[in-house]
Write a protein that binds this ligand. Structure first.
Ligand code: ADP
Length: 551
């Protein structure tokens, strides 16, 4: 019942401590993580957007440079000169020494005839007519033109930059082609990490550069369709069941869309690491709190139990002592009541004895019988007086006193009390008293109680047929008296030795032992300024030794 109550209390305290500390810890951890996660993701998205914008600017710059190169070439040379392929070759070589961005250069008249060409596809392109090509119509209407990437007559991916020139009454076109690899080189700088990808699509969602993982040049990419994108944007979208981060930005000169794709796992690694770390710290915290709570509660419970036991003990002691006091009073009353009749019986027996000595009776044939009877009466009156005397002594000792005590005679009285019991169980009580043991200022009543407790335990331990040896000694150098009570009972197991002085510890059957004898004795001896020790050998016996200061 008591155990159950403490167990329940233990759980209640632990659960309360845990919920009051772990729940706030969790809430705090989750809130901090959420905040961190939101701001970190926003930062990643921003940097992806910036990257997309930067790459777009680079492509724009590239287009602008190429266009202005062509425009200035067209405006500073007449068609007549450029028609001459030797001359065109010379100009082309000069341009190429600065940068190898043009693949070839061609001059086309207003009817689409290829008038002159320098470049690696001379055999294929010389004399070709472009009149029916889309780009030709476009450049004739808009003046400058940048095409999408296409295969063309040469069957190699490239795109065209062309400018239309009005020269007096003639119209002609200066056209350059650019290898699509160049665009790829610009875009590649944005292919981050192990799984990052970057590519350009046109408004039909056709790839203008070859991506790393997201598809093939001139085909649709394996990503959501960003062909209608405007401005710069970043969002998280699934591709084949996996989340991806995308940033898109539009290239001004061509209205192409730059797409940057990132694996969120790679980009968000620090965030995931932070989450793992937070979880680890949280778990450690919970563990620590739990251990702390368990330990604190345990020691609290221990303290509580000890306190309750102490209280129970002191309650028990006060009940016992009030019982004893009542018993003492009663004993004193009885002793007084009996003493008076005993005195009268004693006196009358004496008178009877005197009468027997008188002449007439001394001749009686029953004289011997009379005189034996009177002697017996006197003997039993003395015996009864001793008992009443002892009862009075017992009653007197119920009050704590300080008196000159002869330990040997207090012990004798205790042995007297147990005489019948020990005889009945054939236990031999031997004494080996120190001669002239000094008297000491103490409380004989309480000492007797201690001796009785220890002797009773010894008798109980032996059961039947055994021996108890009581020794007293004066230890002059410590100015103390030692009283050793040794029995040849079964002894006390080692693991029990430190428990026998605990209140309520008993191995005796219910109703026989209270477990209070030794703890009360311990308290009494301590109060009298002494100490009590036990030594026991299993199977051999037990010795309790009491040391008392001589005062
Ligand atoms: P109780 O006598 O009511 O059991 P005590 O406090 O006097 O309470 O003793 C506690 C226990 O110590 C006993 O139950 C017994 O197991 C053990 N004990 C005490 N004295 C002896 C002894 N002389 N030999 C063996 N065991 C003993």
């Amino acid at each position: 019942m008591e155990e159950k109550y403490y167990k329940k209390l233990w759980w209640e305290i632990i659960l309360a401590t845990l919920s009051f500390s772990v729940i706030p810890l969790f809430v705090l951890g989750i809130v901090i993580y959420q905040q961190f996660s939101v701001s970190y993701t926003a930062k990643i998205m921003d940097s992806l957007k910036t990257l997309a914008e930067n790459r777009c600017s680079s492509v724009d710059l590239f287009f602008e440079e190429r266009l202005s190169q062509l425009i200035s070439l067209a405006n500073t040379h007449s068609v007549e000169k450029l028609k001459d392929e030797d001359y065109l070759n010379k100009v082309f070589n000069i341009i190429q020494t600065r940068s190898k961005s043009f693949l070839d250069l061609g001059v086309i008249d207003h009817e689409g005839n290829h008038l002159a060409y320098v470049g690696p596809y001379y055999n294929i392109l010389k004399g070709v007519n472009y009149k029916n090509e889309d780009w030709f119509a476009a450049v004739m209407t808009t003046g400058t033109y940048i095409s999408d990437v296409f295969m063309g007559f040469r069957k190699i991916p490239h795109f065209i930059i062309a400018v239309m020139v009005r020269e007096k009454n003639r119209i002609w076109i200066l056209r350059a082609t650019i290898d699509s690899d160049i665009l790829e080189n610009i875009v590649r700088a944005a292919q981050l990490g192990k799984k990052g990808d970057a590519f350009i699509i046109n408004r039909e969602n056709i790839l203008q550069t070859a991506p790393r993982f997201s598809g093939k040049l001139l085909e649709h990419p394996i990503t959501p369709d960003f062909a209608a994108a405007s401005g710069t944007q970043a969002e998280e979208l699934p591709v084949q069941g996996q989340d991806n981060l995308f940033a898109t930005s539009v290239i001004k000169n061509k209205k192409w869309v730059m797409v940057i794709r990132e694996d969120p796992k790679e980009q968000l690694t620090p965030l995931l690491r932070a989450r793992f770390l937070a979880a680890l710290i949280g778990l450690g915290g919970v563990l620590l709190i739990t251990i702390g709570a368990v330990f604190t509660t345990k020691s609290m419970m221990k303290e509580l139990m000890a306190m309750e036991r102490k209280k129970a003990l002191s309650d028990e002691i006060s009940i016992q002592s009030s019982k004893l006091a009542a018993l003492g009073k009663m004993a004193a009353g009885i002793a007084h009541e009996i003493n008076n009749p005993l005195a009268v019986i004693g006196e009358k027996a004496g008178w009877l004895k005197d009468l027997l000595n008188m002449e007439d009776i001394s001749h009686s044939q029953h004289l011997q019988e009379f005189s034996d009877t009177v002697a017996k009466i006197e003997q039993y009156v003395v015996r009864a007086k001793t008992v009443t005397h002892r009862l009075l002594g017992f009653a007197r000792r119920m009050e704590p006193v300080a008196e000159k005590v002869n330990i040997n005679s207090v012990m004798d009285e205790a042995i007297d009390f147990l005489e019948n019991e020990s005889r009945y169980r054939s236990i031999d009580i031997q004494t080996d008293y120190y001669p002239n043991l000094p008297l000491t200022l103490s409380d004989s009543g309480q000492l007797q109680q201690v001796f009785l407790n220890i002797l009773n335990n010894a008798i109980d331990a032996i059961g039947k047929d055994g021996e108890i040896l009581i020794k007293t000694k004066h230890i002059a150098k410590n100015n103390e008296i030692a009283i050793a009570i040794t029995d040849n009972g079964p002894g006390i197991p080692k693991d029990m030795l430190n428990k026998i002085f605990d209140p309520f510890f008993t191995t005796k059957e219910v109703g026989k032992g209270t477990g209070l004898g030794l703890s009360i004795s311990y308290g009494i001896i301590e109060k009298l300024g002494g100490r009590i020790m036990v030594a026991s050998e299993e199977g051999q016996g037990t010795t309790f030794t009491i040391y008392l200061p001589i005062r």
